[in-house]
Design a protein around this ligand. Sequence first.
Ligand SMILES: [Zn+2]
Length: 364
Amino acid sequence: MRKLSVYFAVLLVLVGLLAFSTVNFAKRGQNDREEPTQQPVATASSVQTEPAREASATAQPQSPTAKLAAAIPTAAPTATPTATSTVMALETATDTDTEAYLADEAAVVAPALGANGLRLPLPVFGSGEHMVAIDPGHGGIDEGTYPYNPDGALDYHESEVNLQIALRLKDILVANGIRVFLVRDGDYEINPNWLDVNGDGVQDIGDESQARIDLINASGAELMLSIHQNARTLGDGSLDIEGNGSTTYYCDARPFSDQSFRLAELVHQQVLEELASIGYTSYDQGILDDLNVDDYEPKLHFVALGPQSDRIARPSQMPGVIDEPLFATNVEESVLLGQPEVWDTLAQAYANAIIAYLDELDAR
Ligand SMILES: [Zn+2]
């Protein structure tokens, strides 16, 4: 009998392990759905988690939002400026602004569907010798990751923040004589009917990413910037509200990887510098090859950056980066992401980087 109960206990453990791994697998599938570019929402087991935790504990002893409150004019906080009350004051002060911008965005009419069932491209903005593509990550039914939202005061999604930054970036570039191809200018998908665009027999978020790359390739843009925000969950699926910082991704397996890396360097440096200029010292998560985004196996490229594969039918044809300047799930950075001033700052950072990159190109 004792032997039998040992067998039973072992069986229980095995069933438990199977259930646990199934949950984790399902979680990953869900994350992939949320992130068209296969941008992972890292788990506690991720190699990126520990540096982020260290950063919030050591690299940022002062409250970043307190510093930002001093740098950015907001409605005067009435309470004592403790860290908590400052966060609340920022939320209250910017919520109306944010709502107004998001209402404008929702009013945009999406382009009609073409004969292929996908959105027709937007007209190219501006005039000039150079042309760049901007991809505001997510949109429509795909809202991206959720921000940390303790009291419901900041009711926005990653898709909306990405778009607001992209629209501002477009304006700055056009003002500097650079043509811009914008993948979307409102809250919509390029592949609203979930057609199997990459022909892999599966209708999923990878098809939206392929549809975007197809548009960008057809535009003739010389470089591509895809704008996202980062997110992190713990092993139990809850939000890791301490994970923070700025990350820039490029792909090291392309004929133009050197150029992508140079663009990534400029983007990354400018994001850190411009955020610092408004009083926020962002933790430097670094420039990462897109195969080293997480510790999942098999290693997968981002659809927007990687070479041809089962998942990537028609790869991007120009140097490009995916940038994730802040964490939407972070207790402090989610507040920043709701602020038009921060959207302006990030747009300026991207514009500085792109202009510097094109200047280097012209000087060759
Ligand atoms: Zn995203």
